[in-house]
Design a protein around this ligand. Structure first.
Ligand code: ZN
Length: 449
């Protein structure tokens, strides 16, 4: 007989919206087993105490290595009007569950989990779930997002940990609810641990000196659960997030070697960074220039060649608009919402600041295009465009978004995978920055007089 002792932390939907965690450390699970028959309120109190105790040191206690998702035992299926979801893992990890609206989603955050082998189709097999996305959210944490076919509430959540094998299974039950009841419970718990990660400096902080290096914040697009554009190649799957991180590091090294620039990255590994956080990181670092790096897919108009974007209220063409919509949508799905930061008062203040910064961003973009042209790389026929990218909304930092190439174009894709081409493109951007820096100093000196 196989003895399977189940330790259960049942949490009812009434506590959804607050952080739900399950710590399978030895002492806690024993305590849980003993209190299993006690009143639900005590389970809730216990859950909340665990939330307070969620310090990194206590989190990792009792864990050896990354928990792996057991793809073979993971599923979602329709049952009696609702959906049952089971996520099997090699070991128990802390987690939390909450719902978000517009569109309706269930979000499950886990301490970092290895998702290899799991296909989104396993979770979208249920009618109630039409989309599934998963991957790294912030360093050390993973996120699973389930797109719902209609308003549903999480009526039960439980993680069971097998005492013998330490394997764990997270069971969720979703049942249909009214739109108003759904709306009343949505929202991500506010939690500082999920906010700004520590910035990564590639060099020492700048000094207050006109000749000191300028700080360029490079922003490799996408990351973690958001892969960006993808292309299936002979050598395997190529993802925009990987290409852009690689290019950002190459470009960063070139900028630092010039002695004129210090560089900081908004992410230095494969994890999700919200658009809001990318801007916040640039401000926190005191950036002189913000440069977002992308290589999207665009079917419209067969886009190809490097293109530099600056911020405007309206996109200068429909292809630019399509790019903006795609990026904002990913951020929205991942559970962040930039619009909350944009209330009317700050909008006015931002507009005032932008009046001064916008010409500097435009001059920077022009200079970058000239630098790229001087290197003879493949450049878009109309290389300077305007679009309302959220990531460019830093009012006081000259900001550009560079589509290094478009992964939808076979020629661009070959360029992006060619180290020599990337090197020339990085040099073009460096030259553009150098020219801009001199012109900008001169223009600002004139303005000051
Ligand atoms: Zn992109």
């Amino acid at each position: 007989m196989v003895a399977k002792t189940v330790k259960r932390a049942s949490i009812l939907a009434s506590v959804l919206g607050v952080c739900l965690c399950c710590l399978p450390a030895e002492a806690q699970t024993t305590a849980q087993t003993e209190t299993q028959t006690q009143a639900q309120t005590q389970t809730q109190a216990q859950t909340q105490t665990q939330v307070q105790a969620l310090a990194p040191s206590s989190l990792t206690q009792g864990f050896s290595g990354l928990a792996r998702v057991d793809a073979a035992e993971t599923f979602a299926r329709d049952r009696r009007g609702g959906v049952d979801i089971a996520i099997a893992m090699s070991q128990g990890v802390p987690f939390r569950v909450f719902t978000l609206a517009d569109p309706e989603r269930v979000v499950i955050d886990f301490q970092e989990v290895d998702w290899s082998g799991l296909a989104a189709e396993q979770l979208t097999a249920a009618d109630g779930i039409h989309a599934a996305q998963f991957g790294t959210y912030v360093p050390g944490w993973s996120r699973l997002i389930l797109g719902l076919s209609g308003p549903m509430e999480v009526t039960s959540v439980a993680m069971e940990v097998d005492e013998v094998t330490a394997a764990a299974q997270l069971d969720l039950r979703l049942t249909p609810t009214s739109a108003s009841a759904f709306a009343a419970t949505v929202g991500a718990p506010r939690d500082a641990r999920w906010d700004l990660p520590a910035p990564t400096l590639m060099t020492a902080p700048k000094q207050e000196d006109a000749l000191a290096p300028l700080l360029v914040v490079l922003d490799p697009g996408h990351g973690g659960l958001d892969p960006g554009a993808e292309a299936e190649m002979r050598q395997g799957l190529v993802q925009e997030k990987q290409l852009m991180l690689q290019f950002a590091i190459e470009l960063g090294e070139m900028l630092v070697r010039s002695g004129q620039f210090n560089v900081q990255l908004t992410r230095d590994d494969d994890y999700f960074v919200s658009l809001e956080r990318r801007i916040a990181l640039a401000h926190q670092a005191g950036a002189d220039v913000f440069m977002s790096l992308h290589a999207d897919s665009l079917s419209e108009g067969q886009a190809h060649g490097t293109t530099v974007y600056v911020l405007s209220q309206d996109a200068s063409d429909s292809a630019s608009q399509a790019l903006v919509e795609r990026h904002e949508r990913t951020d929205l799905l991942a559970g962040t919402d930039l619009s909350q930061a944009d209330d009317k008062v700050t909008d006015v203040l931002l507009d005032l600041a932008r009046q001064e910064t916008h010409p500097r961003s435009e001059a920077l973009a022009r200079s970058l295009v000239e630098g790229l042209q001087s290197q003879g790389g493949d450049i878009n026929r109309r290389p300077l465009r305007e679009a309302g990218f959220s990531v460019l909304k830093s009012a006081d930092i000259p900001s550009v978004l560079v589509e290094i190439g478009f992964m939808s174009s076979p020629r661009d894709l070959a360029n992006l995978l060619d180290p020599d081409w990337r090197n020339r493109t990085a040099r073009g951007l460096l030259n553009g920055l150098l020219t801009w820096r001199i012109e900008d100093e001169a223009t600002r000196a004139l303005v000051r007089q």
